[in-house]
Design a protein around this ligand. Structure first.
Ligand SMILES: Nc1nc2c(ncn2[C@@H]2O[C@H](COP(=O)(O)OP(=O)(O)OP(=O)(O)O)[C@@H](O)[C@H]2O)c(=O)[nH]1
Ligand SMILES: [Mg+2]
Length: 396
């Protein structure tokens, strides 16, 4: 899953990593002289006189690793762990804090490295291109790249010993999570259980253009709800496409779920009305409504959808989005939400969609929860979607 997007993040991580590895090589051989010199340059607030004092008194030893930053006030002994024990330089009492500050800079300069803004900008330009190639919409790629850039600029990587790759991955993960922070993370099962505690039947309406996977997804959700112990009825409100009723009936037969239907050409709102009435009279827990696929540009069919929505008064109105159609599906969803409310999404055909980018686009642009990813044609092929899980998958 998401193979191409994963590769994009992987190669980005590797580019940053190779930069840090190069740095480490340059810095390693004669750490003492270079380090103190670097530090001297960094400590701009220290006067020239103080700087000279440091250069002459700092321990001339190979500073190994574990470097503890001293407490602000603990001036007497710079807490630098060294291989060779050296006399601690005497500090004049009247200038507390200077050595502590310098020692801290020594510590930081030796122990950590940072990426320069130029380097980060260059690396992020490459990331931007890769994201766009993976179907992430341009404005979303910009947002992600900017967040990644901010994270990387504030990143201090230990030069020695640390798992640098992990640190970089975590930074990218924080940036991605920030990009989608205002999208609710919804556990579909918990949500419908909660709704069901309040009222029954719970009505779920499935919307989307032709062939996006509505009917298949309804069957999958019916199967899931049955496994949770609920009773289900299907409403065959696609009275338009030839074969649509039989397709739903076939699923109903396999799953042991009753299908409420009228003839082709009948008013879909009437089918929905009957299905809800049936569920109420029989004490059935869930009504799943299959609607005809319609393009967002077809004004008549979109007006019909508005009527369907009014009659169904769904507890959840679910837009079924075909991942393969990427940003085209996004435009459709945007127009749909001008006609009816959309509570959440299910993204189908993710198993056949290595790019993965449209999922990020959906999240950032629509700001609606994704309940599931459809990952195949079997009833079990539905993966609950969680933001943290998704982002971790991308950075695996
Ligand atoms: N690989 C894969 N195929 C899927 C998935 N979901 C649906 N499909 C396939 O997509 C095709 C269309 O699915 P349908 O469920 O008929 O789509 P629909 O939205 O109901 O289509 P209309 O009724 O024409 O509007 C079928 O061949 C499904 O088997 C999925 O998650 N993965
Ligand atoms: Mg259908």
């Amino acid at each position: 899953m998401f193979k191409k997007l994963k590769e994009a993040f992987k190669s980005f991580t590797q580019s940053i990593l190779s930069f840090f590895k190069g740095e480490e090589k340059e810095e390693k051989p004669t750490p003492q002289t270079t380090s103190v010199q670097t530090v001297t340059e960094q400590v701009t607030e220290v006067s020239q006189q103080e700087t000279t004092q440091v250069e002459t008194t700092a321990p001339r030893v190979e500073i190994k690793v574990e470097v503890k930053a001293p407490e602000k006030e603990a001036v007497e002994k710079p807490a630098i762990s060294t291989q060779v024990q050296q006399p601690v330089p005497e500090v004049e009492e009247k200038k507390p804090g200077i050595f502590a500050r310098i020692a801290q800079r020594v510590t930081e300069a030796i122990a950590y490295t940072k990426l320069s803004e130029d380097k980060v900008t260059k690396l992020c330009e490459d990331l931007f291109v890769k994201l766009v190639e993976c179907d992430v919409a341009v404005e979303v790629s910009e947002l992600i790249t900017e967040n990644v850039k901010q994270e990387l600029l504030s990143l201090k990587i230990p030069r020695f010993g640390a798992d640098k790759e992990k640190i970089i991955r975590e930074a990218i993960k924080r940036a991605l999570l920030k990009t989608i922070e205002d999208v609710p993370d919804v556990d579909f099962v918990e949500l419908v259980k909660k709704i069901h505690e309040e009222r029954s039947p719970v009505v779920l309406l499935f919307l989307g253009p032709n062939g996006y996977g509505k009917t298949t997804t309804i069957a999958k959700i019916g199967y899931l709800l049955q496994k949770l112990g609920y009773s289900v009825v299907f409403a065959a409100a696609d009275t338009f496409r030839a074969g649509a009723i039989e397709q739903l009936e076939e699923h109903g037969k396999r799953l042991g779920i009753r299908v409420i239907k009228h003839r082709y050409g009948a008013d879909p709102a009437a089918v929905i009305h009957d299905a809800i009435a049936h569920a109420e009279s029989k004490g059935i827990d869930f009504v799943l409504i299959d609607t005809a696929g319609r393009m967002h540009t077809d004004v008549n069919l979109m007006d019909e959808l508005r009527k369907i929505y009014r009659v169904a008064e769904p507890d959840l109105s679910i837009f079924v989005a075909d991942a393969l159609l990427g940003n085209e599906a996004l435009e459709v969803a945007k127009t749909y939400s001008k006609y009816v409310n959309i509570d959440g999404l299910i993204i189908t055909k993710v198993d056949a969609y290595p790019k993965g980018g449209s999922i990020l686009t959906f999240l950032v642009v629509l700001k609606k929860p994704i309940y599931f990813l459809g990952v195949g044609q079997r009833y079990e092929d539905l993966i609950p979607f969680r933001k943290e899980w998704f982002i971790s998958q991308l950075l695996e």
